[in-house]
Design a protein around this ligand. Structure first.
Ligand code: 3PG
Ligand code: MG
Length: 392
């Protein structure tokens, strides 16, 4: 892998910088800035080397269609404030853009393209789209470790058309993950939550052999509860997961890994509702499971107490509503308490997990926090991530 920090002569060179600025937004306001803050060193490095920077990022999952709620405008403005320099956001249709349309004024240094997932070609890893992007610049830099598990045009295919390098944050994340995964002490516990069920459920069975305890909370836990014959009302779930869950329990048995899932829950009638604690046999048809209940919290705390290493990816509930943040906060606080006495090695990852940690000021009380969620899990699986493979 080649690193952009080692490159000389970047003066006036145009760099397509792929970032993951997929930060949590609420009514257009950024609720957690970590992913922006983490890439500032790379931007500053490129500015110092006097490069012209064309930033490409996505936010959310617009599925190839323009969606004004998923504009990068708030992120662009935030970046502008943080680096105290003009950042130009352009919505021009990428297929019509020409190299000479960009950086027309000598003082233009940073241009931001609108959400790259407004183009269906991005997720298809489309060759012509990548070629078109490549025509606009001289060099490609990937500083988006957290979406390097996606074989997308601006992450993977584009490297076929440009000299390609790793950014500072990508390098930091890979080095840290390499170190922590080679020094893991048992018993080791993994907590997986969040709402991206389809991304994570398939990863679990490959991870089970590496862990002593596997705690499943968040959206995926609903699938487990349904599999176990429980009512889950209107809660989010993924269809057709029975085979995967069969495998999860079989593999866990063969590897003596305990699978832990909710024993009680907090429900609401809508996402903005008050929380009601319910036993699993009390869930109504119009209930949404939005957090774990107190019995489950206590069980998880006991498991954390007896662990030497903990890996956590994905909140236990819909923490955006404080009524359903309880489970996530309790998990975080328990880990922090053990960590302060050096009794556990703790790793957390993912945009929403980071938001939870920041809300209770716990970010710096973990041994390592990765900006990556899905990419972090696939890295742990031992998979070669498409975005990293493309740089090698
Ligand atoms: C993330 O938030 O994990 C990355 O930005 C990837 O997003 P995705 O799961 O929508 O591909
Ligand atoms: Mg995310």
């Amino acid at each position: 892998m080649k690193y952009i920090k080692d490159q000389e002569n970047l003066n006036e060179k145009r760099i397509l910088l792929r970032l993951d600025l997929n930060v949590p937004l609420k009514n257009g306001i950024i609720t957690d800035h970590t992913r922006i803050d983490k890439i500032l060193p790379t931007i500053n490095l490129l500015l110092k080397k006097k490069s012209k920077i064309l930033i490409v990022s996505h936010i959310g999952r617009p599925k190839g269609k323009i969606n004004k709620n998923l504009s990068l405008k708030p992120i662009c403005e935030s970046l502008e404030n943080k680096i105290n320099q003009k950042v130009i956001l352009i919505n021009d249709e990428i297929f019509k853009l020409k190299k000479e349309d960009l950086f027309k004024n000598p003082e233009d240094q940073i241009i931001f393209l609108e959400n790259i997932r407004f183009y269906k070609e991005e997720e298809k890893n489309d060759q012509n789209f990548s070629k078109q992007l490549a025509k606009l610049v001289d060099i490609f830099v990937n500083d988006a470790f957290s979406c390097s598990h996606r074989a997308h045009a601006s992450i993977s295919k584009i490297t076929e058309f440009l000299p390609s390098f790793a950014g500072l944050q990508l390098e930091t994340e890979i080095n840290a993950l390499k170190k922590v995964t080679s020094e893991i002490k048992k018993p080791v516990t993994c907590i997986i939550g969040g709402s991206k069920i389809s991304t994570k459920i398939g990863v679990i069975k490959n991870l089970i052999p590496k862990f002593d305890n596997f705690i499943i909370v968040g959206g995926m836990a609903n699938n487990i509860l349904e599999y176990k014959g429980k009512q889950i009302g209107k809660s989010i779930k993924e269809d057709n997961c029975e085979r995967i869950i069969d495998d999860i329990f079989k593999i866990a048995k063969n590897h003596t890994c305990s699978i832990i899932y909710p024993e009680d829950v907090r429900v609401g009638k809508s996402m903005g509702d008050e929380a009601q604690i319910k036993e699993l046999n009390e869930i109504a048809n119009d209930d949404l499971i939005l957090d774990i209940g107190p019995k489950t919290v206590n069980k998880i705390k006991d498991i954390i107490e007896s662990s030497e290493t903990i890996l956590w990816n994905g909140p236990a509930g819909y923490f955006e509503n404080p009524n359903f943040a309880h489970g996530s906060y309790e998990i975080a606080k328990k880990i922090v308490k053990k960590n302060k006495n050096n009794l556990i090695y703790s790793i957390a990852g993912g945009g929403d997990t980071i938001a939870v940690l920041n809300q209770i000021n716990a970010f710096n009380d973990f041994n390592f926090v990765s900006t990556a969620g899905g990419a972090f899990l696939e890295y742990l699986e031992g998979k070669e991530l498409p975005g990293i493979k493309a740089l090698n």
